[in-house]
Structures are given as C-alpha cells and as structure tokens.
Design a protein around this ligand. Structure first.
Ligand SMILES: NC(=O)c1ccc[n+]([C@@H]2O[C@H](COP(=O)([O-])OP(=O)(O)OC[C@H]3O[C@@H](n4cnc5c(N)ncnc54)[C@H](OP(=O)(O)O)[C@@H]3O)[C@@H](O)[C@H]2O)c1
Length: 186
C-alpha cells in the first residue's frame, strides 16, 4: 500500500496497520517521512513498514513508487492516492501564476495518470481482490470559484474512473476500487 502524510492520513494508515496490513508510506519530504516511519515502526513492530519519496511535481519521479514496489517484491492489494496540490492560494483563472498551475496539473493529472498506468498492472498481478482509491473532491462535481485548475483536476479524477470502470469490469479484479473511487471521497 502507498500512503501520504498528514494527520488523518496517518490515522488511516494506523488503522490499516492495526488490521495487520503492511504499509508502504509515500511522501515528498524525507524528514517528515522518516519521522512518521519511525513512529509507526515503534508502534507496530510486527508489521513491515517501508517508505519511498517522490515529488508529484517532478515527472521524472513517476517510476519511483512502482520501481520500489517491484524491486522489493511487494504484493500490493490496496493502493491509496491522496496527493493533491492543496496549498494553492485563490486566484482568478487568468491571474493564476503559471508555475502554480503547472504544479496543480502535474500533481493532479499528469503524474496521477502515469502513476495509475504503472500501478494497475501491479494490482492485477495479485491473485485476489485488490483496490485502488484515488481521492476526489466535491470540486470535481461542483467547481469551486478561484480554484478553477484544482477543480478541473478533480473532475479529471472522476472522468478517468468512468472510463476505467468499463475496462476493469471486463478484465480485472480492481473493479471494487473503481466503484469506491466513484464515490468521490471528500
Ligand atoms: N481538505 C479539504 O477540504 C478537501 C476536500 C475535498 C477533497 N480533498 C482532497 O483530499 C486529499 C487530501 O487533502 P488535504 O486537505 O488533506 O490536503 P493536504 O494535507 O495538503 O494533503 C495533500 C497531500 O499531498 C501531498 N503532496 C502535495 N503535493 C505533493 C507533491 N508535489 N508530491 C508529493 N506529495 C505531495 C502533501 O504532502 P506534504 O505533506 O509534503 O505537504 C500532503 O500529504 C486531496 O486529494 C484533496 O484534493 C480535500
């Protein structure tokens, strides 16, 4: 499983660890990640807990998570993608600094898509049920004023899953995840 770091995300990972899952934590900040890893390891000494860094604003980092999974022979059954560029200030669309727009699009659309592209085959290798959860937002259904680009990326998460559902229903064990994604967790 992969994860991202903030208090409620940490709580979710904690619950999964209590349920006996091993966890692969992802973050972009090595210091923050090391601290969380160390806290989890002392709290859950029985579980295998690993970590990997990748910056979703840097497309060269796209292979890092899938390569970590493959090189460590991890069997991934639950994949949760919570990352979003949420530290945006509010701007009229045309006044949005281009660097902020690039970050939001890279994180929420390009990296996201390329990561799913690499993770779905990993999930399909598992003999049994697997699940992918990509965190959406109400902004995907009802675009938020002054957050045009962010809202667009969340709309993209929904559209992509509509496509993926028809694919997975035909071919793979990941359909449960896609149904969950459609719930558009907020
Ligand atoms: N908060 C809301 O009201 C709300 C409502 C609807 C949906 N959501 C969705 O819920 C999810 C979590 O949001 P949140 O409110 O909890 O915000 P958050 O705390 O800012 O969580 C976003 C996470 O994404 C990570 N992240 C951001 N940019 C990244 C990058 N370039 N590379 C790697 N990781 C990156 C952040 O890492 P760092 O810890 O290093 O910053 C953080 O852990 C998001 O998908 C968001 O769209 C939130």
């Amino acid at each position: 499983m992969t994860f991202f770091i903030n208090p409620y995300q940490v709580r979710t990972a904690d619950i999964l660890l209590q349920k006996g899952f091993n966890v692969l934590l992802h973050g972009r900040n090595p210091t923050k990640l090391a601290k969380t890893l160390s806290e989890f390891k002392s709290k859950h000494p029985q579980n295998r807990i690993e970590s990997v860094t990748a910056d979703f604003n840097n497309l060269e980092d796209v292979p890092k998570i899938p390569e970590f999974i493959k090189s460590n022979h991890l069997r991934v059954t639950v994949f949760i993608n919570n990352v979003a560029s949420t530290d945006n200030d509010l701007f009229l669309f045309e006044e949005n600094p281009e660097s902020v727009m690039d970050k939001t699009l890279n994180t929420g659309v390009v990296f996201f898509t390329k990561l799913c592209y690499r993770i779905v085959p990993i999930l399909k290798e598992v003999n049994g049920k697997t699940i992918m959860v990509n965190i959406g937002s109400g902004a995907g259904n009802s675009p938020v004023p002054y957050l045009a680009v962010y809202s667009g990326t969340k709309g993209y998460v929904l559209v992509r899953h509509l496509v993926e559902i028809s694919y997975s229903m035909l071919t793979s064990s990941t359909s449960l995840s896609l149904a969950l994604s459609l719930l558009n967790l907020q």
